[in-house]
Design a binder for this molecule. Sequence first.
Ligand code: F6R
Length: 595
Amino acid sequence: MCGIVGYIGTEDVKETILKGLERLEYRGYDSAGIALFDGDQVRVFKDEGRIAHLRDIIDYDVKSTLGMGHTRWATHGKPNKINSHPHQSIEKRFTIVHNGIIENEEELKERYLKNIKLESETDTEVVAQILSKFTTEGEEVTLAIRHLMSEIEGSYALAIIDKYNKEKMYAAKNKSPLLIGKGDGFNMIGSDAMAMVSHTNEFYELDDGEYVEITKDKVEIFNIYGVKVNRDTYKAELDSEDIEKGTYPHYMLKEIDEQPFVIRRIIAEYQDENGELKLDQDIINKIKNSDRIYIIACGTSYHAGLVGKYYFESITGKPAEVHVSSEFVYNTPILSEKPLFIFISQSGETADSRAVLVKVKKLGYPTITLTNVKGSTLYRETDNQLLLYAGPEIAVASTKAYTAQIAVLSIIAVKASNKDIDLIKELSIAASVMEALCDSKDLYKDLAKEYLSETRNCFYIGRHLDYYVCMEAALKLKEISYIQTEGFAAGELKHGTIALIEEGTPVIAVITQEIINLNTRSNIKEVSARGANVITISRKSISAKSDQIVLGDVNEFLTPLAAAVPIQLLAYYAALDRGCDIDKPRNLAKSVTVE
Ligand code: F6R
């Protein structure tokens, strides 16, 4: 969702900000804008559309060493030029970009802006106008910012330029992500490290309710009462090469191909010097001391959570439930006596999951986060953290983070169990099988062309663990190819959905579990008899001659890792065939920072 990047230093800022915004494109956006302070006035260029378009509308004669940019994912008002950020206060003193949602916008307008005609439909402009009102009434700027923060309900990462101070930039944060990048002779702000990593890998994290004054040489953090906060910087283990596409046409394809390597890196990171799997003893104790595990996640991470539930129950012997965060928070089930909460989130910033975290922390329950982003909000706010080591995932559709989540969940489940499973060996086999699957791209390309290039809809069917894989497969296909796809428990088809099967409907069956092999094959017969065009993905030792995609043999419980590769590549090639914007599907954001 919305991305922010800002810079103050001695060099002209345009390229730094534009490149930073390009690095944030993966978060999803529909408009973009930039503010350039030329020392006299703050010049704003913005419009609906991509950053490539923003590049076309900027006046390159404007020279500026202080500026900021924004990618907007519309929440308040349509994506158009007027609603794009930056927004300016009426007398153009303050220029503001914002990520988040001001929940009491209407109330604030009523209280402070009755006589002001707002230009846009955004909550951000409200912030700019109120700041201007407070300063016009005599408040010094930092007092006005604190006053503003105390009035706002909701989430915000704000970056502010004050026309009367060309040596300074301000930022404030509550619930939305914002980092400060520390440089030598310059400083930056950004929604995440990716926007700044070409310039610095040293960062300050901000806590909720803090604001910052940033000059080219100094970063000063304050709490809402104006008390200075001492904060050390941290180094991000992020290489700017990690976030390049290299020779790949899309990040998604690169990230699919990286999966075997990610699994091997996870094995290495979770191994001790004796070559044994290791896991923080505190995490093992938390699992042992709990009477039920509640896995909380959204989207693809939720699908990994379903596999995790199976691991906890079948390997660890611990009851587990998986919940979609946005449901759990407002419709919380009756909890067990000693619940343990495990949050799964690639970005670590998902607002729905964080809302659950805030709730269960208030109740005093133990919490663990599995995330790909060290230092992210969920990482910082839970008791224990486990990293996914997948490297930056830039394509909006999650691939390598999903398989990394499953691999790390298997490690937790095995380490918290008494079972003697040689997981290092089993994960290594899975990595090799995934590698072989990645090497057969022509097969998926051909199947996607034949079965998916023209279709209106598609069904994935499977049972047991394969059902969870089907749910993820359906999400992957629908989100990047826009084919209406559903993932079904194969046995449920005949209870209603089979009515949708007609001549030529693609049905993709996943069969990796021996116990359901024959049942799912019966379901294939049922849909074939009604005209479906079936693709079957099966595991080698239970495969039939006619199965089009055969996964090498991996341990049965790790088949979701192997099956992930064909389902991701089928989605990729279907989307490619249909001319879709694969890395940035319409309406979607990578980091969903609003509820
Ligand atoms: C789909 C996808 C999303 C995310 C979901 C949660 O490909 O990427 O469904 O899985 O938005 O995001 P995280 O894992 O960052 O909490």
